[in-house]
Design a protein around this ligand. Sequence first.
Ligand SMILES: Nc1ncnc2c1ncn2[C@@H]1O[C@H](COP(=O)(O)OP(=O)(O)OP(=O)(O)O)[C@@H](O)[C@H]1O
Length: 736
Amino acid sequence: MIISKDLFLLGDQDYLRLPKEEKRPAAMVRPTVVKSQRSEVAGGALHCPFLLEQGEAHLTGTRPLELVFSGLSVSVASRSILRDVSGVVRPGEMLAVMGPSGCGKTTLLNCLSGRSELDSGCIRLNRERLTKRWKRRICYVLQQDIFFPDLTLRQTLEYAARLRLPESMSRRQKMLYVDHIIDVMDLTACQDTRMGDYTKRGLSGGEKKRANIACELLTNPALMLLDEPTSGLDSHSAYTLMSSLKRYAEKESKTLVVTVHQPSSQIFYMFDKLLLLCNGHTAYFGDVNKVVDFFNNIGLTVTPHYNPADFVLECVKGSEEMKQKIITAAKSLPTYHQEALNDYCALPAQLYQHQGCNGRVPMVGHALGHTANGPGCDFSKPSLWSSTPNGTLNSTPPLSLTTKCVVSNHNSHNLSNHVYSTIVKDEEGKSLWLDSQSHGSSSVSSTTDDDVRWQWPTSFWTQFKVLSSRNFQESRPRMLSKLYWLQTIGLGLMVGNVYFQLERKEESLHDIQSWMFFSTNYWMLFALFNALSSFPAEREVVNKERLSGSYRLSAYYLAKMAGELPLTMTLPAVYHIISYPLFGFRSTSVFLTMLGFLLLSTVVAQSAGFFVGAACMDLDVAITISALYTLATQLFGGYLATNIPSWLRWMRYLSMVHYAYQNMQIVEFSEGERIQCAVQSKFEVCSNSTHIPVSVILEQQGATLPLWANTLVLLFFLVVFRVLGYVVLRYFRQPK
Ligand SMILES: Nc1ncnc2c1ncn2[C@@H]1O[C@H](COP(=O)(O)OP(=O)(O)OP(=O)(O)O)[C@@H](O)[C@H]1O
């Protein structure tokens, strides 16, 4: 089996270093490649590049994207951050966004990714409005590298691939793809290193940065927004990374917007366009090669051999007078066609109808580079934007959209019948994917604005399985740390010895109850407080993944419950196994039933922790609320306070500890030897009996419900808290 050099998103370019054969395990051999027959039109027709039938719209995954933004204005807390910023980036182009710190670069990327609200202005992607489904298909590499710290780089990428690559790819194919991305991003040496964070050392800053980009490259997006991808990299790494991105953009017709702080002149001239920001205003937009001329024209001359990037940054950091001069000059730039941009934004979202494409969805096959327009499509009519040699915008068709054509089988909607692209096949002849098709998070319709037709990359069941496994792997070091093991074993031994082999008599009753109350209460508190930090700790990662449309929240939520369940139960089970026999082993059935109820109470308390943790953004607030609630539940649990004033007695019905503790007593006292009365007994029943019935012991603590009813109430708590946790995440903690 052979992996084609065309197989992966980075294509057959010189920057692609295929994984060496010898490095691969025997199973990972290369699938053979079947080049699409460009002229294969049997039963079909030669179409214009952009012709796809309605039912084929899902193939538009990574059709090249022309990004247009016009008059973007944003303010935060009545402070203007962006003021009337406009620009155009076409497929194959890389736009640099530069400016002094705080000038609004990240804010602009947030707007372009749909994560920030606009005060005014418009953003169009191939003339369509930036809707929710677009947002999920834009790849946004954040400035911060947000990962699960305990997963290794390879695990991180593998989980991302299993979640974000389409179901039609087998797991083996996805793993091959991960191999390749690791190789291309030069991450092989550190693939088994954990990601790490500020508390645990892991990948270096530069490696993390590349890992961040690698995660996003997995989905082969058409539009990439990268926020300072070179920060923290040495000059050589920065150059290598940027040249890879540049070639990726060019060869794959990707649209890239990159914010950079102080690029070297080599990197600076890799960009096609520059958007220079100054206090949120446009200080320059246009061809990067023309920026020095622009400054020359307003009397600001760059010294020979001076890095032009440094020069322009210094200019926009100059005096207020100089800034005003630059901003005013930028408004009269030939590239700054505000009116035309406004026209563009005012156009309806129907695609290319004016060009004679009958409203069909545009599609570009990068691999062919066909120049012929197919029948039924007339591209002689002008589009609004294209490049002129001097980098200005004018009214000719965008080059990239006119020079590429798709040959597709008109008679079929079957994906494999489209020959617009290289099709990679493995040795069994099954298609891996079309290399110009997005592997990304969605396959969606194109022309409509409704998000209803959004489809997830993988099924609910796949998401659940992958997320459960990831959650288990990621939570295990946290939930089963060495410290916790030590604590549990130590506590089990200590408690077992304190309450060692208690006799079944009235004098020991208080101690027997103490053991039960302590054991139940301790593990409930442990689970609740551990769960508090569970959502806040992974909120950033999950928000990032939710925004990119990787999976359903419901799949994540259920997987979290399932993935953490064995971990939640392990330590209480170990404690019980150690302490119960020391305390006094009655019978195997009592031992197991008590263990079952101990675990149930622990999981119920964990649900409360999940809910409070999800509801409170601030961990301090969550801890305070939980402390108050758990102290109250202990007080009303039936052990600490037995003479509760009648007007407060109802509170015990809200106490989870109450039901859990009562169940433990029912199980413990119902089997085996009964509790013997003391000589001077405080129980009335002992005046004519030698033993105390279980019901009397329970009544003394205000317990009236039978075992099944207590269990039902505990299950009720479990369901209510878990549903409330989901509702909070779904409706009140939506990522923005
Ligand atoms: N949520 C917010 N509330 C208040 N001010 C904000 C908020 N977000 C951004 N700002 C302000 O907006 C300005 C632009 O921020 P932004 O992060 O876009 O700058 P930047 O150009 O990316 O800076 P840097 O290069 O330092 O990352 C800053 O002055 C910042 O303080």
